[in-house]
Ligand binder design. Structure first.
Ligand code: MRU
Length: 315
């Protein structure tokens, strides 16, 4: 079994260094600057894990800071990456307990960690039921993008939580995992998770996804989300939108698996979601490059959003 992506160890945050996978090494975080650097470098990543990182970061800061200084530190953590709503949400959740002292802040952060674990299991079961309803009671070929697994959360995962729940039911024929350019979360992280669970999988280049769908080689697409706008538009890792277009064209389900904490009622639609622009050098060093890290899939291409509480059909 893989270690948790993020946890609390008495007086520090312990992160599995996801930049080093498949090598298993950890980074110990005892100050806010180290945490912000880890978030920016994707040592810890994935919306739910970022939420827990934000909350535990405030817990760390609350041990030495209070009042305006604590709020400034919290704000710095909240804006370390812009697209996943969970990061600022986790910060806010822990900061709300600041008046009751550092122990209360830590308790709030740990509560968020434990709630995320429960949410992922609920999403997994609900998503597996939904796919059975949509695709029938047969082994499925599922396409996923990026990593929305245990390592993007605390345990189990969202999109891969659905895969795990289906696998437990003996209902996964194959997972097609996009390698996910440019930082290869699919090839480096999703593949490691699926191999550890002995789920049959194949990694493909991102550009292969839509044509595999068009050729009838995929039964459903299941992805995670970084932020879901009030109208159901979904921001997720760049390369998600082409899969949604291909799924709609082929008439197969495009399912988004995300906790309620990823739903953002304050963002009216996808055009209001800030898309993180990362360093061009992550894409290309021989000349100019452009590196938007996320895209937005419009609600009308989304068959369903499966959360820990409900199935929402926004389209
Ligand atoms: O840049 P990343 O690796 O943080 O992007 C992660 C994703 O896009 C995931 O699909 C999303 O956060 C959902 S994780 C359950």
């Amino acid at each position: 079994m893989l270690p948790r992506a993020i946890d609390w160890a008495g007086d520090r945050i312990v992160l599995l260094d996801q930049t080093a996978l498949p090598r298993l090494t950890t980074v110990e975080v005892t100050d806010v600057d180290t945490l912000i650097d880890a978030i920016r470098r994707l040592v810890v990543r994935g919306a739910p894990a970022l939420g827990v990182a934000g909350a535990l970061g405030v817990a760390l800061a609350a041990r030495t800071l209070e009042g305006a200084e604590l709020e400034t530190a919290a704000e710095r953590i909240a804006v370390a990456r812009p697209t996943a709503v969970n990061l600022a949400g986790g910060v806010r959740h822990a900061l709300a307990a600041a008046a009751e002292g550092p122990d209360a802040v830590l308790a709030a952060a740990l509560e968020l960690r434990d709630a995320d674990i429960a949410a992922c299991h609920a999403i997994g079961d609900r998503g597996a039921d939904l796919l059975t309803e949509l695709c029938g009671d047969r082994p499925l070929r599922l396409h996923t993008h990026c990593n929305a697994g245990a390592l993007a959360c605390v345990e189990w995962g969202t999109a891969l939580g659905v895969v795990r729940s289906l696998h437990q039911r003996g209902r996964v024929e194959l997972v097609v995992a996009d390698e996910t350019r440019p930082l290869l979360q699919g090839a480096r992280i999703t593949a490691v998770e699926l191999a550890a669970e002995q789920v049959p999988y194949r990694v493909v280049v991102d550009g292969a996804g839509p044509s595999l769908i068009a050729r009838g080689l995929v039964d459903a697409v299941v992805v995670g989300a970084d932020r879901v706008a009030a109208n159901g538009d979904v921001a997720n890792k760049i390369g998600t939108y082409p899969l949604a277009l291909a799924a709609a064209r082929a008439g197969i389900p495009f399912v988004v698996a995300a906790p309620e904490t990823t739903l953002d009622p304050d963002t009216p639609d996808g055009s209001a979601i800030e898309i993180e622009e990362r360093a061009p050098e992550e894409v290309f060093t021989g000349g100019p490059a452009w590196n938007p890290a996320f895209d937005v899939t419009p609600a009308d291409l989304v068959t369903a959003i499966v959360t820990d509480e409900r199935v929402w059909r926004p389209g």
